[in-house]
Design a protein around this ligand. Structure first.
Ligand code: ZN
Length: 84
C-alpha cells in the first residue's frame, strides 16, 4: 500500500537525524524533549523505539549529545533520585 510505504520512508528519514533528546549537563542525564522525562542511558534506545518509533543505538545517542561514553545509567539515576 502506498500509505504504508510513505510512513516507512518517513520513519527511515527520521533515523539518525533529530532525536527528541537532549542532555541535562548539570547531571549528565539524558532527557526526552517530547516526554520531558529523564532517561537513564540504558533506557534511551528502548524509549525512543517504543514511544517515538525511532530506531537508534546508544553510541549514536551519546555522540549526538556529545557526552562521550558517559551518561547516567539506571542505577545512578535511582541513586540520584533517592538523594533528591
Ligand atoms: Zn519520549
Amino acid at each position: 500500500m502506498d500509505l504504508d510505504e510513505e510512513s516507512t520512508n518517513l520513519a527511515t528519514r527520521e533515523y539518525s537525524t533529530a532525536l527528541p533528546i537532549t542532555v541535562d549537563e548539570r547531571y549528565n542525564l539524558i532527557v526526552c524533549k517530547e516526554c520531558r522525562i529523564g532517561l537513564p542511558s540504558d533506557w534511551v534506545v528502548a524509549h525512543l523505539k517504543e514511544h517515538h518509533g525511532v530506531r537508534t543505538i546508544i553510541k549514536e545517542v551519546l555522540t549526538l549529545l556529545g557526552v562521550g561514553d558517559y551518561a547516567m545509567t539506571l542505577a545512578e539515576a535511582e541513586n540520584w533520585i533517592q538523594n533528591m
